[in-house]
Design a protein around this ligand. Sequence first.
Ligand code: HEM
Length: 427
Amino acid sequence: MKELDTDIACIRLANTHVISVTSPEIAREFLKKHDAVFASSPVTMATEYSSRGFLTIAVVPWGDQWKKMRKVMASEIITAARLRSLLDKRTEEVDNLVRFIYNQCKSNSGSSAVINLRLAARQCTGNVIRKMLFNRSYFGEGRKDGDPGYEEVEYIESVFTVLRHLYSFILSDYLPWLRPLDLEGHGKIVSEAMKVLNGYNDPLIDKRVKEWKDGKRKEPEDLLDAFILAKDSEGKPALSEMMFATLDNPSNAAEWAMAEMINQPEILQKATEEIERVVGNQRWVQESDIPRLNYVKSCAREAFRIHPISPFNLPHVSMPMPSFLATSSPKAAMFCLDGCIEEVDLTETELRFISFSTGRRGCMGVALGSAMTVMVLARLIQGFSWRVPSNEANIDLSVSENDLFMAKPLHAMAKPRLPGEQLYPPY
Ligand code: HEM
């Protein structure tokens, strides 16, 4: 778009007009004023495979299935009461994040260690949603030191493989008769990744469905129970989509925010001071502290602003004439925050940057996604002092060539900063 020197372009690919928009004003025109027209989603190979034939929400074209699932999700799955009832599970997993990092510091024959923060953040968000869905942190045996097992690493990699391919360009999405040839090989990659995910999810789902049928369960304990009680085709497709929706954004924002702040220690210092002021150093930051952590929230918001998870929002399709709309926003260059910030939240309904989007297809997980993002970031900042590893001058902020993640997973030197070992969760 920059090369074409335009904010809006229309490219014809086979019978589809792909309209891409990079200005917030025009994005608002489409997603607010003409929201009803552009409320559908494109049918692509990867969205079909990842949703078991469009049984979910986010990738489903406008119609009865989308309406039904959106209603079920809003009224029975992620209600405020349900999220409150699952708070302890989320807290256990952010405790586990602290434990995971702390143990690496301790086992490194001293008090500090270089931590792979991408791994830590992704595993933490994966654990949070796994705990909320299945009431368990591990698929396999699990490990007491907070480390992910082989199964969890494989699972998260498969989630990111599917996400990477959801809307990546392949010819057969525009010329469907080419799909059986799988020219780019994406069909095989997505099928294999989905096989891995379903291989972990389905036995748990089947077992649980049976427990309900046999009357062994009386009260819903987690989101899987909620899905089963809502009678959503036993929850299988929708569960996978919840994993997709929940994992990438919070972990990516936390990784980028930490990278930017480690390079600008004065920002990291201000965020640390805010947590000291609001929470102190005798207990861990909790979700109930979030309303008063405006500076930390601004750091997360800034990460969304300058490091969106993808160049474009999820594509929208117009009805009845099929045009394919991709909206983006100008990417800002600098991670900058001023000192006085009031009542911050992570949404951006004016579409100046992509966060949760807006309108009929707007994100359904604003409360949960915001809480997860802020909690991961706040626990990292509260629990440890962070600096650039000694063999590097700065954190390398290069962006990957294939997507908008950091080119290399963030590695940084951590040192426990709270007084008293007893505060760190034992193992
Ligand atoms: C920081 C975390 C998150 C961010 C930044 C985010 C962002 C987004 C964005 C940009 C969209 C597309 C909106 C559009 O098409 O215009 C979306 C859709 C969606 N998100 Fe999220 N999301 C997050 C977390 C979550 C969580 C935790 C859930 C689940 C509980 C969730 C559920 C959904 C659903 C179901 C949709 C599809 C809505 C529809 O098509 O009707 N998201 N999200």
